[in-house]
Design a protein around this ligand. Structure first.
Ligand SMILES: *[C@@H]1O[C@H](CO)[C@@H](O)[C@H](O)[C@H]1NC(C)=O
Ligand SMILES: *[C@@H]1O[C@H](CO)[C@@H](O)[C@H](O)[C@H]1NC(C)=O
Ligand SMILES: *[C@@H]1O[C@H](CO)[C@@H](O)[C@H](O)[C@H]1NC(C)=O
Ligand SMILES: *[C@@H]1O[C@H](CO)[C@@H](O)[C@H](O)[C@H]1NC(C)=O
Length: 218
C-alpha cells in the first residue's frame, strides 16, 4: 500500500534579531497512522427509490460513482417515511474503535439540501453525523456551516469517528473543519451519495464520488 505523506517543511529564518520557525505547509494527512480496510463489491449496499431501477439513479464509470435523486422520488423502502435517497451503505457495521471514511466528492451547482455523506447509527437518533450541501456550502446537519463554495469542484472529505472517545472530526481538503461529539455508540456505518434533507431541498440532487476508502486505526 502506497501512502502519500505530506511532510511539513520548516524554514529557519535568521535575522539580526533572532531565529523564527515558520511552518510553510499546514497540510496534514488525516489518514496518517491508519490502515486501509480493503473494500470490494460485497462491501457496498445500494439504496435507491424502491420503485426505480438502480441504473436510473446511479452510474459507475471510469471509477466515478454518480448518484442522483429527485425530491418527489419514493423512499428506499415501501412504508418508510424518510426522504428520497440514492446512497451506498458500506458494510460491515462497526461499533468500537477509530474508523475513517475518505473520498473525493463533486456536487454540481443546483443541488441543495442534500446529505452527501453520513454515519448512520447512534445511541440517540438515527445518525452520528450528516454532512449536507446547501447552496454550495457544507453544513453539519442544518447548522452550522463548516465549509463554503464547494459547487462544481472536486474536494476531499475525511471523516474520523473515534467511537471509544465519542468524537467525530471532519476534514475538507486536509483542513480540519469540525470536531464534535458523536451521538453515542451503536451499530454504525458510513454512507455516501445523495439523501434529501427535511426541508429546502432542490428538485434535482446529485453527488459524484471517487477514490472512496475506509481506514481503521490499529
Ligand atoms: C471481498 O471482501 C470480502 C470481505 O472482506 C471477502 O470475504 C471476499 O473474499 C472478497 N472478494 C473478493 C472477490 O475479493
Ligand atoms: C450557480 O448557478 C447560479 C444560477 O445559474 C449562479 O447564479 C451561481 O453563480 C452559480 N454558483 C456557482 C458557485 O457557480
Ligand atoms: C429514525 O428513523 C425512524 C425510521 O425511519 C423514524 O421513524 C424516526 O423518526 C427517526 N428518528 C429520528 C430521531 O430521526
Ligand atoms: C429554509 O428556508 C427558509 C426560508 O428561506 C429559512 O428560513 C430556513 O432557515 C431554511 N432552513 C434551513 C434548514 O436551511
Amino acid at each position: 500500500m502506497m501512502k502519500i505523506l505530506y511532510c511539513s517543511m520548516f524554514l529557519f529564518v535568521i535575522t539580526l534579531t533572532g531565529c523564527f520557525l515558520i511552518n510553510i505547509d499546514a497540510h496534514i494527512d488525516p489518514t496518517s497512522g491508519f490502515v486501509e480496510v480493503m473494500l470490494n463489491e460485497t462491501n457496498f449496499e445500494y439504496q435507491k427509490p424502491y420503485d426505480t431501477p438502480l441504473d436510473q439513479r446511479y452510474s459507475y464509470q471510469n471509477k466515478n460513482h454518480r448518484f442522483w435523486v429527485y425530491a418527489d422520488d419514493k423512499p428506499h423502502h415501501l412504508g418508510s417515511n424518510t426522504q428520497p435517497r440514492t446512497e451506498i451503505r458500506i458494510l460491515p457495521d462497526y461499533s468500537s474503535g477509530i474508523w475513517q471514511f475518505e473520498g473525493l466528492a463533486f456536487v454540481p451547482n443546483g443541488t441543495s439540501g442534500a446529505t452527501i455523506v453520513q454515519i448512520h447509527g447512534a445511541a440517540h437518533g438515527n445518525t452520528t453525523i450528516l454532512l449536507r450541501i446547501y447552496n454550495g456550502d457544507m453544513r453539519y446537519y442544518s447548522t452550522p456551516v463548516i465549509d463554503t463554495d464547494l459547487y462544481d469542484k472536486w474536494f476531499k472529505v475525511n471523516l474520523i469517528h473515534n467511537v471509544d472517545e465519542g468524537k467525530v472530526t471532519v476534514y475538507i481538503d486536509n483542513q480540519e473543519r469540525l470536531k464534535t461529539h458523536d451521538q453515542g455508540p451503536g451499530m454504525l456505518h458510513f454512507k455516501f451519495g445523495v439523501y434529501g434533507a427535511p426541508t429546502n431541498i432542490s428538485y434535482y440532487m446529485e453527488s459524484r464520488w471517487k477514490a472512496v476508502k475506509i481506514y481503521k486505526k490499529c
